[in-house]
Design a protein around this ligand. Structure first.
Ligand SMILES: Cc1ncc(COP(=O)(O)O)c(C=O)c1O
Length: 430
């Protein structure tokens, strides 16, 4: 398709030139032959370049720049993960994670089954119930943990703090003498907590933080976090497999002093009687990990270290958010789902459509429009997996984590403008 043109005399009418339809449509609208005076002004041109890496999924996320399958050639495939070299690789994942994230020496780090879900659920099942729980939720994953706590664990003393998509609940209302369960970054709404000032340094409760779309892209204040979890498939672009769990000394103490009196499958057990299963925190995983996925996790960590560690990872992600913010300020159709700038995620960047016509359409038409728009971008090879999450408000979600190049985000934004106008043109011509 060639350039698109906008008709000054018929605001809102957009069509391609030279196919005859724009002139006849305007004539039809006005019935007075005004088409002769119509000015056609170029509105958008097809971007000349594609992102080098068009992967903008919020998980599994883009591989690091330069990654190829050859990066896994040292994987310990066909060998036991309990062999000396196997354990060494798992220990290196733990050591590099500690080094890059600045995790204190007295915090334990474990590699656990079932990705981030496994990590946060084994923590909740093993430790919750010792005191009242305040659980916060502002998008679908937080809501999952509310369901776990209220409907599966059926804990008696629970306060639920919820907020709609785009907002945060009242953090100041939370009681640090109770256990607190929250996500650092709500992946499906693009809303993150701006800091941890609302958590008391002298708390008696434990904090349980699902940080899966924050770790390696945002600063995490370890002194305020007792249980922290993430998965390999997020900011460093690893494979979906095992998850990571970090325990503060107080969390470890809870595990050895509190018996929740509930049955726990082996896959969730972090302690035996009054003893921690210490092997989990030195590379002895509960069950068998994929050594290919382990190698890939190592590759991501080594890359992270090679580019300068956490400061640089955070900067790469914040630069991605800044590119989207700069573009959005000039956009006539895109808005952030997170209204408050301080809460906008630099990883899962969620946008809504702020367009007068779009606002008048019913949900079905809006969904069809967005499907065409994202379909066009995908067909062009300019961006994959950028539709909003299935339970979130209709819109777009662009992953801006540390493995994504800012230049690629900027090219995607050009394609978004092009696709928005092209898709609207196709709609008004139909
Ligand atoms: C905030 C949050 N929690 C949990 C999960 C589940 O992660 P996993 O599929 O790695 O278990 C996700 C996945 O996107 C997430 O974004």
């Amino acid at each position: 398709m060639g350039p698109l043109y906008f008709c000054d005399q018929a605001p809102g009418l957009i069509a391609t030139r030279f196919n005859g339809s724009i002139l006849s449509r305007v004539e039809d609208l006005n019935h007075d032959q005004t088409w002769r005076r119509i000015q056609l002004k170029e509105l958008v041109t097809r971007p000349a370049n594609l992102p080098k890496n068009p992967h903008f999924s919020s998980g599994p996320c883009a591989k690091r720049p330069g990654w190829s399958l050859a990066s896994l050639s040292d994987a310990l495939v066909g060998r036991s993960h309990r062999s000396k070299p196997g354990k060494a690789k798992l220990q290196e994942v733990i050591d590099l994670s500690r080094e890059i994230l600045g995790i204190p020496e007295d915090y334990r780090i474990g590699i656990v089954p079932a990705s981030d879900t496994g990590a946060i659920e084994m923590a909740m099942w093993s430790m919750l119930g010792a005191r009242g729980v305040d659980v916060l939720a502002w998008e679908s994953f937080g809501k999952e943990w509310v369901t776990d706590i209220t409907k599966q664990l059926k804990l008696a003393d629970v306060n639920v703090y919820e907020a709609p998509y785009g907002e945060l609940p009242n953090l100041a209302g939370v009681d640090s003498n109770r256990d607190i369960v929250f996500t650092w970054n709500g992946t499906t709404s693009g809303v993150r907590v701006p800091n941890a000032e609302w958590i008391s340094a002298s708390r008696e409760g434990l904090t349980f933080c699902d940080a899966t779309s924050a770790a390696f892209a945002m600063d995490l204040p370890w002194q305020k976090l007792d249980v922290t979890t993430w998965s390999w498939q997020k900011v460093l672009g690893g494979e979906g497999a095992h998850g990571m769990i970090v325990l503060s000394p107080r969390a470890a103490e809870r595990l050895t002093s509190y018996n929740p009196g509930r049955s726990l499958p082996k896959i969730f057990r972090l302690s035996k009687g009054t003893e921690l299963i210490e092997g989990i925190f030195s590379g002895e995983t509960i069950n068998t990990p994929s050594m290919l996925a382990v190698e890939d996790a190592l590759d991501g960590l080594r890359w992270a270290k090679s580019i300068g560690g956490l400061t640089h990872l955070v900067k790469r992600s914040e630069d991605n958010l800044k590119s989207v913010s700069d573009w959005q300020q000039k956009s006539s159709w895109a808005a952030f789902l997170a209204a408050e700038p301080a809460t906008r995620s630099c990883t899962s960047i969620c946008l809504t459509i702020n367009d007068a016509d779009f606002a008048t359409w019913d949900a079905k038409k809006q969904a069809a429009f967005l499907k065409s728009l994202t379909g066009l971008i995908e067909k062009e090879g300019a961006g994959f997996d950028i539709a909003s999450y299935r339970d979130a408000p209709q819109g777009l979600r662009i992953w801006g984590g540390a493995t994504v190049e800012t230049a690629d985000i900027q090219l995607l934004l050009e394609w978004l403008d092009y696709a928005f106008i092209t898709t609207k043109a196709a709609l008004s011509a139909s």
